[in-house]
Each structure stands twice: as C-alpha cells, then as structure tokens.
Design a protein around this ligand. Structure first.
Ligand code: PRP
Ligand code: ADE
Length: 192
C-alpha cells in the first residue's frame, strides 16, 4: 500500500513536471497564421534534446498496456515526435500527408482545421487490416485533422488503438469526438 502511494505520487509529480516544462517551452504567437489564432509554436521543444527524450519517455509510460502495431503521424509536425516514438517502440511509422505528396496509391479524406482545410492521404499499403494504429499529432485543436486521419485508418480496415498529442486545446472540445473512437487519448499539456 505504501509502495503504491509512493509510486502514484511519483507518477503524478512527473506528469505535472513534464507538463510544466512543456508549457514553459511552448511559444505563443498571436495572429498566426490568421488573425485571432494563438499559434502554439513547438520549435523551442525541438531545440532541447533532453525535453524531446522526456516527451517520448512520457508517451511510452502513458501508453503502457495499450496494444499498438503502428504509429501514424500527421504531416508535418506529427512526423517529429511520431517517428521518434515509433522507433522507441520498435514498430512501423506511417506518414499521413497532405494531398499530392505521397508517391504510391493512396486513400484520401478531406479535413477542416482551426485555420483552414486540407485533404489528407495515406498509402493504401500503410496498414494491414486489423492492425492497431496509434494516431499521433503535435497538437489537437478542433479535431478536424485527426478525425480525417481516423477515417483514413478505418478505410484501410485498421483499428484506432488511441491518440497521442503533445498539446491539446481543450477549450475547443475535440476530445468528446475522439472518445467515440477510442478512450485512449494522451495529451502531455492541455490548455483549458
Ligand atoms: O485539430 P485541428 O483543428 O484539425 O488542427 C490541428 C492540426 O493543425 C496543425 O497542422 P497544420 O495543418 O497547420 O500543418 P503543419 O503540421 O504542417 O504545420 C497541427 O499540426 C495539427 O495537424
Ligand atoms: N493554435 C494552434 N497552434 C498551433 N497549431 C495549430 N493547429 C491548429 N490550431 C493550432
């Protein structure tokens, strides 16, 4: 009992620390790329190698017990930690890209995001039917992008095993949408 509470305290402490450190590193840029948007710039995190490792460590810890076969990362910022995470887990990484960038045959889905719209694509052989896919992006805002990614995975008969974000903008309420697909939603720093 004592052991458990010490472990729990340690876990809570660590989660809190990483979240604080990330919040400290993330730079807010007002009115980018459009007036009214406060852009969360993650480039300061990328300059800090120890913090990048801590991000991956924390993802791995929070993913414990969740079966994942593949990490799907969304262009472009979802490639940064997505590949690092897949490599740490020693599982495949597959890129979800904006239309016209992937060279092989693709499936595609339109998406609306906080400040625009796009069409996302995934190679048709990226996922073997039944594989359990973790969808990763740097940031969850309205959830439009990640919902399109979900549809792409499902089009290939993959199973969405969960979602992992560095940042979530909780005031945009995208979590409820995602919870209908998977309860496994990880976000290291949330803005209420
Ligand atoms: O939840 P949503 O409202 O859909 O917004 C989130 C998406 O917006 C950003 O990508 P962006 O399209 O700006 O592309 P980038 O990663 O290439 O900068 C971010 O990296 C997510 O993919
Ligand atoms: N506020 C924001 N900051 C960074 N990336 C985003 N993608 C969608 N909304 C964003």
């Amino acid at each position: 009992m004592k052991k458990l509470s010490v472990k729990l305290r340690h876990t809570l402490h660590f989660d809190f620390m990483i979240s604080k450190e990330l919040d400290f590193a993330i730079r807010d840029i007002a009115d980018f790329p459009k007036p009214g948007i406060i852009f969360k710039d993650i480039t300061p995190i990328l300059k800090d190698a120890k913090l990048c490792t801590a991000v991956i460590d924390e993802f791995v810890k929070q993913l414990e017990g969740i079966e994942i076969d593949v990490v799907a990362g969304i262009e472009s910022r979802g490639f940064l930690f997505g590949l690092m995470l897949a490599n740490r887990l020693q599982i495949p990484f597959v890129p979800i890209r904006k239309k016209g960038k992937l060279p092989f045959t693709t499936v595609e889905e339109p998406c609306e995001l906080e400040y625009g719209s796009a069409i996302l694509e995934l190679h048709e052989d990226a996922i073997i039917p039944g594989q359990r896919v973790l969808i990763h992006d740097d940031l969850l805002a309205t959830g439009g992008t990640v919902s399109a990614a979900t549809r792409l995975v499902q089009k290939l008969d993959g199973v969405v095993a969960g979602y992992a974000f560095v940042i979530s903008l909780d005031f945009l309420n995208a979590n409820d949408k995602l919870k209908q697909v998977s309860q496994n939603i990880i976000s290291l720093v949330s803005y209420k």
